[in-house]
Design a protein around this ligand. Structure first.
Ligand code: A3D
Length: 321
């Protein structure tokens, strides 16, 4: 059979660039391709790693039933024209490394990644995953020079998913019936909100006693550390990749979902010039609007404590760079 077409190829497939092809980056590439959302360019500083991961994923296409292109590279030129750029590049903390060392190292990696990626994809929306999340999102925003709506961090969806899971397990109900809300920074001072966490519309404060809720809140705050402790050699990546994929899908399909993501604040919750986890309407324009919940005094105080840690991190990172 021979087919000849002289028509120009008018199709411009959507493309997602993933900077950092480690555990989170490669799992995210798998999720995106298998959900048939976009073609994927995996980039890493280690030559061979992204190419190998991409080829491995590509060879599963027939079995998984999609035709998405997946390429691996160390060259930012290959990411050109991406609709979404996800930054997962960075180092985990190593023995003997202080938090400042990690902050400085990841800050330099994220800023370089953001600058190089925006140079090739000026219309992209940026999602940051690298830790410390809220600080790195701020730096990526500075590095790209983009309007803040087009830069955001992934954490709240993951933290809320953990809370949702623990609530469902505790009550013995389907996870599908549970909706959970966690705001604030991605760290020990995140702010799970039991009042806004429900089982088919019923707040969990009506279903669980205060001690049980406190235990679930503690487990949620400790969710990342619990996995690191079990694995010893690394951190979580399946649920982080799933959470990031939700953001990619929401943007590419313009779903206008209301999700907790690290968004830029301009006075909402009495906070300014900071990225932190808040419920945000997410769509093809990026973080289109922030929803300001009526927080109680104690909830607002917790959010402000959380923001104070982010602010310190931003100041330290700026001073170290
Ligand atoms: P890992 O598997 O180590 O992958 C990181 C990758 O980044 C490695 O392949 C590195 O080679 C690569 N890399 C390092 N420097 C550069 C550079 N300059 N340019 C391009 N690539 C580079 O880690 P991971 O995938 O498990 O985690 C990645 C990041 O995400 C870490 O900072 C984690 O702490 C963070 N993370 C955040 C969450 C949140 O919920 C916010 C969850 C899970 C992981």
């Amino acid at each position: 059979m021979s087919t000849t077409s002289h028509a120009p190829n008018a199709c411009t497939p959507t493309r997602v660039a993933i900077i950092g092809s480690g555990n989170v980056g490669s799992t995210l590439a798998q999720r995106i391709a298998e959900r048939n959302l976009a073609n994927v360019v995996l980039l890493d500083i280690v030559d061979g790693r992204p190419q190998g991961v991409a080829l491995d994923l590509l060879e599963a296409r027939g079995i998984e039933g999609h035709d998405r292109q997946i390429v691996g590279t160390t060259d930012y030129a290959m990411t050109a024209g991406s609709d979404v750029v996800v930054i997962t590049a960075g180092l985990p903390r190593r023995p003997g490394m202080s938090r400042d060392d990690l902050l400085k190292t990841n800050a330099a990696i994220v800023m370089e990644a953001a600058q190089k990626a925006i140079a090739h994809s000026p219309n992209a929306i940026f999602i940051v995953v690298t830790n410390p999340l809220d600080v790195m999102t701020y730096l990526a925003w500075k590095a790209t020079g983009l309007p803040p709506e087009r830069v955001m961090g992934m954490a709240g969806i993951l933290d809320s998913a953990r809370f949702q899971t623990f609530i469902a397990l505790e009550l013995g109900v389907s996870t599908a019936d549970v909706s959970a809300m966690v705001m604030g920074s991605h760290g020990d001072l995140m702010v799970p909100l039991p009042r806004y966490s429900t089982v088919n519309g019923i707040p969990i404060t009506e279903l669980l006693d205060a001690d049980t809720i406190a235990r679930l809140v503690h487990r949620t705050r400790n969710g990342g550390a619990e996995i690191v402790e079990l694995m010893q050699t690394g951190g979580a990546y399946y649920a982080p990749a799933s959470s990031t994929c939700v953001m990619v899908e929401t943007i590419l399909l313009n779903k206008s979902r209301l999700l907790p993501i690290a968004s830029y604040l301009r006075g909402e919750y009495r906070l300014s010039d900071i990225f932190i986890g808040v419920p945000t309407r997410l769509g093809c324009g990026g973080a289109e609007s922030v929803l300001e919940l009526q927080l109680s005094d104690s909830e607002l105080k917790e959010l402000h404590s959380s923001a104070a840690v982010v602010r310190q991190g931003i100041d330290r990172a700026m001073a170290l760079l």
